[in-house]
Design a protein around this ligand. Structure first.
Ligand code: KG4
Ligand code: ZN
Length: 367
């Protein structure tokens, strides 16, 4: 089963070709350099950049995979959620190609793709993470922490293609929170990796930020962002009406590193506390699967391994759980994960979509 997948939901134009879940080619053209100047994504500019890049990216995917259209069994594309104009370029391209080449078309939810990045088989020459080297994959039932620029959710999956959202953010997504804190600290776009880098030299215990008291498995991150802003203002000796975009001029390198590390530690603690609670409430979960851009965060990966490592941890009964993180190459947006999600849809007998009527949606839930 050879699948061509296309991803264009935000600011990466990507195409990949996978054979039975194994990568034949994987092309990602990022618009980061364009949006660095603006400090964030501008939807209209993103859509135009996708339009320029999409056909060359698909061509390169074919060249690298050394196959032709005759070899393709199906096309997969992200149709929701994401930026309207960006989604439109990917879906219109996929629909046109599906009609032109008479191939079945699979429309895939972006968060589903992020979860399925944990099933990607890398070619053995580039395999990096332990899970992929050993080709061990998550087992069901599982809990997935989906953490991206637009989402923060805990999803319970009893089997492939079964998604129950058991926790979600009530306001900001965690990636958005990283990005906003980066702006306050004057760190470059995209904020998550910048904060993570600055945090490497920082003291995570210098500044204390409160954990939100949110019932159940839901999250809230807007309070944390405000707590960082207020603490920075206090540290700089200015009032709460001082513009946040001018604070960076008053901070030294040490303060920026310490704020980054302290914020990151709090964010990671909040995320993992809820995952631990989810595991307690769902003791049958055999795997915890991390997914989405923020899952690249090394502090999160290390803290998760520590928290869930010991089966004799008193706070974590039935703590025999395997952790899965996507390989760094696949934690951000890419098309290989879209092909992977479609592959499991096909295996589950989910029918293809109609290429003449497929629509996009900027927002929609996975389940
Ligand atoms: O999944 P993704 O690439 O795109 C969306 O679907 O949103 O996630 C992007 C988010 C951004 O907010 C980015 O700042 C964050 O993931 N991110 C990180 C790291 N790498 C990317 N956040 C924290 N630590 C990182 N290392
Ligand atoms: Zn994403």
């Amino acid at each position: 089963m050879i699948i061509l997948a296309i991803e264009s939901s935000c600011d990466e134009t990507a195409a990949a070709i996978l054979k039975d879940g194994e990568i034949l080619s994987n092309i990602v053209v990022s618009q980061i350099d364009i949006f660095k100047t603006y400090g964030g994504v501008i939807p209209e500019v993103a859509a135009r950049s996708h339009l320029e890049a999409i056909l060359p990216v698909i061509d390169k995917a074919f060249t690298d995979a050394e196959i032709t259209w005759n070899d393709i069994d199906a096309i997969a594309v992200t149709h929701t959620p994401g930026l309207l104009g960006s989604l439109l370029i990917g879906t219109l391209t996929a629909r046109t190609l599906a009609i032109l080449h008479d191939k079945p078309l699979y429309a895939v939810h972006h968060l589903k793709s992020h979860i399925y990045s944990n099933w990607i088989k890398e070619p053995s020459s580039t395999a990096s993470s332990q899970s992929q080297k050993d080709e061990t994959f998550p087992t069901f039932p599982l809990l997935s922490l989906v953490i991206s620029g637009g989402h923060t959710q805990i999803i319970y999956m009893k089997e492939h293609n079964s998604f129950e959202i058991i926790g979600t953010t009530l306001d900001d997504a965690i990636g958005e929170c990283f990005d906003k804190v980066a702006k306050i600290l004057g760190l470059p776009y995209p904020g998550g990796p910048s904060v993570a880098k600055a945090a490497e030299k920082g003291d995570p215990d210098r500044y204390k930020f409160p954990h939100p008291r949110i019932e159940g498995l839901n999250f809230s991150f807007s309070g944390l962002k405000t707590a960082v802003l207020r603490t920075v203002q206090k540290e700089c000796g200015v009032g709460i009406d001082f513009p946040s975009h001018d604070l960076k001029n008053l901070l030294n390198e040490k303060q920026i590193a310490d704020f980054s590390a302290s914020f990151q530690k709090t964010a990671v603690d909040i995320l993992l506390e809820k995952v631990a609670q989810a595991k307690t409430e769902h003791p049958d979960a055999k795997s915890i699967v991390f997914a989405g851009g923020v899952s690249a965060n090394s502090a999160l990966r290390n803290a998760a391994k520590k928290k869930f490592a010991s089966s004799s941890n008193d706070n974590m009964p039935n703590n025999t759980v395997a952790l899965f993180f996507p390989s760094h190459m696949f934690s951000g947006d890419n098309a290989a994960m879209v092909a992977m999600a479609a592959y499991y849809e096909i295996k589950s007998g989910i029918p293809p979509t109609d290429p003449y009527s497929l629509d996009i949606s900027p927002r929609s839930a996975i389940a």
